[in-house]
Design a protein around this ligand. Structure first.
Ligand SMILES: [Zn+2]
Length: 419
């Protein structure tokens, strides 16, 4: 059988920001071989042809900041400690399927124990799901965001703990411990290093404004990542922590709640990417109480919600490169995997991006944010054939990307994983 597939009669939205055009995409094996305008392309005999009848063809969507935890409630303490680890892994398998059905062909797992292991099961085809770029364990200082100070300290660091928890962090203080922790994360298979440069909303005893790690510690972590040809992705919410991370050479800033003008300029100068994760904040505001988010988390969320949206608008107006990431954790309705296109919609509705800009944020920019722009994120010859067919025009109504019956086909590496 031929390994050629032709997607003809498509309106191609290639992820680069270029206006859609009518054409045909030819796939050979895992890769995009050729893109032809209108009927200019010769479809070789024996190709499997799909006539898309004028439907839209986009690069597969990418969520560049989420967590595969298997959680099914907002009670993070209970989910972490009382649900058997194997049950969490089984739920993650279900979540990966939901992501694929929603048009996601790549995800960035921004910290956690499960993704970095289960990615092999996806690669070998044992389970269906998006390609995973994973951080593995997050690096956190003592009393940092990742230190999970809502748990007894014995449970947190996998190097010390007898318990397997789905989040877990490498606790490190001082340059040497940071180097060692970064190397340990790499040993565990990290595709990039995740570090918490500030406090956060879902960490009990700190706040988003708190600065975590010194700039020297952050520099040491960035250097370890660079030595291994990788990059650093920082949880950074307070202004000083964002600035420190950027100055230290961190490539990806997640959340960016209190990003200010100076940091916006710095982000542009350094060609850093900001992943606002508007979705989790929005959904904790709507569903938080109902799904059991602890009171301390709800309160902080309410305090930062408005400033977050305003400051991301500022970053957008400065031309900072933005990428989509939901920070969703699992199947409960506030952060259900499969609903991840919400971030694209919020970028349009809350930040004022054009639908085209939001699509670029969810494809090209998000691919760069997970370190995979060389292979995916746009429809170009030589890239992996990660493609989705969308019935209605997302440029007219961005919400069609969140309607699963509008995403009629999903190809990952040339293989149809939803039809
Ligand atoms: Zn996160």
């Amino acid at each position: 059988m031929s390994d050629l597939v032709a997607l003809s009669n498509a309106k191609i939205l290639d992820g680069t920001g270029k206006e859609p055009f009518d054409g045909t995409v030819l796939i050979k094996g895992k890769f995009i071989q050729e893109i032809g305008m209108k009927n200019s392309i010769h479809i070789p005999k024996g190709s499997r042809v799909f006539d898309l009848a004028g439907a839209y063809l986009l690069p597969g969507l990418i969520d560049a900041h989420l967590h595969l935890t298997g959680f099914r409630s907002g009670d993070i303490v209970k989910e972490s400690l009382l649900v058997p680890y194997e049950v969490l892994v089984a739920r993650v398998v279900q979540d990966l399927r939901a992501l694929a059905n929603a048009g996601f062909t790549t995800i960035g797992d921004a910290g956690g124990a499960i993704a970095v292991g289960i990615k092999k099961a996806v690669e070998e085809g044992t389970i269906v799901g998006p390609r995973i770029s994973a951080a593995g364990y997050t690096l956190s200082q003592t009393f940092g965001h990742g230190d999970e100070h809502y748990l007894p300290i014995d449970y947190v660091d996998p190097r010390e703990s007898k318990f397997r928890t789905p989040l877990g962090s490498l606790i490190c203080d001082g340059v040497e411990e940071c180097q060692k922790a970064a190397r340990y994360a790499l040993r565990c298979g990290a595709d990039f290093i995740k570090v918490s440069a500030t406090g956060g909303v879902l960490s009990e005893r700190d706040r988003p404004e708190y600065t975590q790690f010194t700039i020297e510690e952050l520099r040491a972590i960035v250097q370890e990542a660079q030595h291994a040809k990788r990059f650093v992705h920082a949880h950074a919410q307070g202004t000083e922590g964002i600035r420190n991370a950027l100055l230290a050479g961190v490539k990806v800033i997640a959340h960016g709640i209190f990003i200010d003008e100076e940091c916006c300029k710095l982000a542009r100068q350094k060609d850093a990417i900001v992943i606002p994760t508007l979705s989790i904040v929005e959904h904790i505001m709507i569903y938080g109480r109902e799904i059991g988010i602890p009171e301390w988390g709800l309160k902080k969320c309410e305090q930062v919600y408005k400033a977050h949206v305003e400051n991301i608008r500022l970053a957008y107006s400065h031309g900072v490169k933005l990428a989509t990431g939901t920070d969703f954790l699992g199947g409960v309705k506030a952060f259900r995997h499969g609903d991840n296109a919400l971030e694209i919609i919020l970028m349009v509705e809350k930040i004022g991006m054009t639908p085209m800009e939001a699509i670029v944020a969810a494809t090209k920019n998000a691919a760069e944010a997970v370190g995979l722009l060389d292979t995916t994120g746009t429809i170009e010859p030589g890239k992996l054939a990660d493609l989705i067919v969308v019935k209605e025009n997302p440029l007219e109504n961005i919400r069609v990307l969140s309607e699963k019956n509008n995403i009629t086909m999903v190809f990952k590496e040339g293989t149809l994983i939803k039809s």
